[in-house]
Each structure stands twice: as structure tokens, then as C-alpha cells.
Design a protein around this ligand. Structure first.
Ligand SMILES: Cc1cc2nc3c(=O)[nH]c(=O)nc-3n(C[C@H](O)[C@H](O)[C@H](O)COP(=O)(O)OP(=O)(O)OC[C@H]3O[C@@H](n4cnc5c(N)ncnc54)[C@H](O)[C@@H]3O)c2cc1C
Length: 352
């Protein structure tokens, strides 16, 4: 098998394929740990809540797979912190109902409960809480998947761009600067680069639009404070592995070609993050101590693409929420590559 793209989804797929004894070559255009895609940085939120029960169910299915990855890698990649959702009462009821439909119990915390549990956080309104939420260690996760994949026989080639992917009779092939490689199936996990790479090869491939997002890091006033992960209509946040608090803004930039995006951060977005932090995170110094720009690759209907066309398997469109599902998505893509059925439905190619 060939996997194109070494972000978290391609790395997860290669890990699953190698664990199953498949011969696998992973081809990534940039160096390990690069910052040109969606998966870099040291942390991501894991939560079981969403306004959409499909994604709650996927998160429920992903949680034991995170533990499986930790066991396999022999390292801790997931810190359970508990997660809170901030929003209006009616929006939080939608999330609570979607979570309940997936078998997830949530509880309401009053503002005073929030202050008691996490003195560094503040809410004027009740929030929705579930204890299983937490932080995943992003780059460490990708590194662990690649290391374990290699231990199990996968070949991983960084700085190896793929210039074309084609279905062939009985398999598929990819072009690289070193020549053409052939396999029974090729998994393409190249986020916003996918439509251009697969042009004309995969009928029904939805548009995947790229845009940039911005996050900032804050220093806690009390270094021993603990933090939940959270999502609000404007921001999301979590404790980082090195003791800071990361806060991201939900507003994305304009659609951009993934090779022509800027890396500069926007002063207006910075001000909005700092204002939100000043109001809701009194336990940190509200002036950021670091910033990061990141690329989202999203479909127009916001649903993921996880499907197969001929001998090409596609996994893309994971947008700003995909990391938490990576062990599950990698398993789905490995299933498809080895001829097992995929999830279908809203994740299918050619959906309405
Ligand atoms: C700022 C930000 C915050 C986020 N926060 C969260 C969060 O808290 N929780 C959560 O669950 N999710 C979060 N996400 C979403 C999550 O990070 C993404 O959904 C996920 O990383 C997508 O992974 P990917 O492998 O599809 O894409 P990518 O990481 O972009 O990987 C695609 C890879 O393909 C490679 N590639 C492209 N073209 C080629 C080619 N021709 N040949 C070879 N290689 C190629 C690229 O170099 C890249 O490495 C966040 C995303 C961003 C941007």
C-alpha cells in the first residue's frame, strides 16, 4: 500500500496498515514536524460533545483507540482534563441532546462550580461539562504513529512530493521525483491539496477549501493551576504539555491555496482572543506569549471525506475538528485500502 500525506491522518493510516501486516510506504512532501498543514503544534482538544450526534458517536469510538495507540507506543499522548462547552442555553441543549443520542452523559455546571473547579476560568452562564474530554499531544501523536509504523515495517519517506496519482488496472500508482511507485491501493490524505492532486481521478470528490486559523499561548499566573479544555462560540482552549494555556479563534481567514497562504498572524484576531481571555480566563496573563498560524482544509458541507474510488482511497476535509478522530479515521482508511467497507453515508464521495 502507498499512503500519500504524512499529517495525522496519513500517519494513522500507515500505523494501522503496518499493524495489520500490510507492506506500506508513506510519502510526505515536507520534513517531519513541518508547519505547512493542519496537524502541527503540541496539542489538540479531545471532546465527546458536538451539535451533531454523528461526530459525538465518532468521538466515542475514537476514545478507546487513543488508549490503544498509547499502549502500542508506550507513552502518554492523552491527558484527561474534563471538557466544558460555553454557549447559550438553547445551543447547549442541542449539544447535550446530540451527546445523549451517542450515549454520552453531560452535566451542567453553574458559574460558581466552574470557579470552584478551575479558579483560573470564569463564566457568567451555566456551561455543559463532560469528564472524558481532554488534550491530545499532537506532534507527539504523529511521531509515535510514524515510529511504531516504522518498527512494524512501514517505509516512511519525508521530503518526497507526489506529483500525480492514478488508478491502474489492478492497482494504483503515484509519480515522485524518483520515479513511479505502484501498489494495490493508494491512500491519499493530503487535506486541501487533495482536489488538485486527484484532479480527474476521483468522481464525486467534494471541494476542499483551505483557510488559515490563529492560536495564541498564555502564561498561567499560578503554575500549579489545572485547566479544562473548552469550546465557546468564539474560542477554544486547552492546557499545553509545557504548562501554558492555548487559545484558538474560530474565525477563519479567506479561502486560500494551501501553497500560497501567509504565516503572519492578524492583529485584530489577536485582540479578540486577548479580550476573550481577559473576560473568561482570569488565571492567565492576558497578553499572549506566543502565536501560531495553521491551515484548515474543509468541505463545503463540513463533513469529512472517507471513501474509495477504484483503487484510490481518499481521506480529507477534516477541518478544525479532525485530530480527535485520527485513530478512528486511520482505521477506516486502512479498512478501505484493504478492501473492507468504509463508513459511507455523509463521509461518502458523491454525496448530495
Ligand atoms: C489551528 C487548528 C486548530 C485545531 N484544533 C483542533 C482541536 O483542538 N481538536 C481537533 O480534534 N482538531 C483540531 N484541528 C483539526 C486537526 O488538526 C485537523 O483536522 C487534522 O490535523 C487534519 O489532518 P490531515 O492529515 O488531514 O491534514 P494535514 O496535517 O494538513 O496533512 C496533509 C499532509 O499532506 C501532505 N501533502 C500534501 N500534498 C502532498 C503531496 N503532493 N505529496 C506528499 N505529501 C503531500 C502535506 O504536506 C501534509 O503534511 C485543528 C486544526 C487547526 C488548523
Amino acid at each position: 500500500m502507498i499512503v500519500v500525506g504524512g499529517g495525522v491522518m496519513g500517519a494513522s493510516t500507515a500505523w494501522w496498515l503496518a499493524r495489520r501486516g500490510s507492506s506500506v510506504v508513506l510519502l510526505e512532501r515536507f520534513a517531519q514536524g513541518h508547519r505547512n498543514g493542519s496537524s502541527h503544534g503540541t496539542e489538540r482538544i479531545f471532546r465527546l460533545t458536538s451539535a451533531d450526534a454523528l461526530y459525538c458517536r465518532c468521538a466515542v469510538e475514537s476514545l478507546p483507540l487513543w488508549r490503544e495507540l498509547e499502549d502500542d507506543a508506550g507513552e502518554s499522548l492523552f491527558l484527561t482534563t474534563g471538557h466544558i462547552d460555553f454557549d447559550t442555553e438553547s445551543e447547549l441543549h442541542i449539544r447535550a441532546d446530540a451527546a445523549a443520542a451517542a450515549g454520552v452523559a453531560t452535566t451542567w455546571l453553574q458559574p460558581e462550580d466552574v470557579a470552584e473547579r478551575w479558579p483560573g476560568m470564569h463564566s457568567d452562564l451555566p456551561v455543559l461539562f463532560h469528564p472524558e474530554g481532554g488534550r491530545t499531544n499532537a506532534q507527539a501523536t504523529i511521531d509515535a504513529m510514524i515510529r511504531r509504523g516504522r518498527d512494524l515495517g512501514a517505509e516512511v519517506r519525508f521530503e518526497t512530493p507526489v506529483s500525480a496519482v492514478r488508478n491502474t488496472a489492478g492497482g494504483a500508482e503515484v509519480d515522485t521525483a524518483d520515479g513511479t511507485l505502484r501498489a494495490g491501493a493508494v491512500v491519499v490524505a493530503t487535506a486541501g491539496w487533495t482536489p488538485e492532486l486527484l484532479a480527474g481521478q476521483v468522481p464525486g470528490l467534494p471541494t476542499v477549501e483551505s483557510s488559515t486559523g490563529q492560536v495564541a499561548f498564555f502564561q498561567p499566573i499560578d503554575p500549579s493551576a489545572t485547566w479544562p479544555t473548552w469550546v465557546s462560540p468564539e474560542t477554544y482552549g486547552m492546557p499545553t504539555p509545557d504548562g501554558r494555556v492555548r487559545v484558538g479563534h474560530f474565525q477563519h481567514g479567506q479561502p486560500v491555496h494551501p501553497d500560497r497562504r501567509g504565516f503572519d498572524t492578524d492583529p485584530q484576531t489577536r485582540a479578540e482572543i486577548e479580550t476573550w481571555v481577559g473576560e473568561h480566563v482570569p488565571g492567565v496573563d492576558p497578553h499572549n506569549v506566543g502565536e501560531l498560524s495553521c491551515l484548515f482544509g474543509e468541505t463545503l458541507d463540513d463533513d469529512f471525506v472517507i471513501d474509495r474510488s477504484g483503487n484510490i482511497v481518499v481521506g480529507c476535509g477534516f477541518g478544525g475538528t479532525g485530530f480527535k478522530f485520527a485513530p478512528l479515521v486511520g482505521r477506516m482508511l486502512a479498512d478501505l485500502a484493504t478492501g473492507a467497507p468504509g463508513p459511507g453515508g455523509r463521509f461518502a464521495l458523491g454525496r448530495p
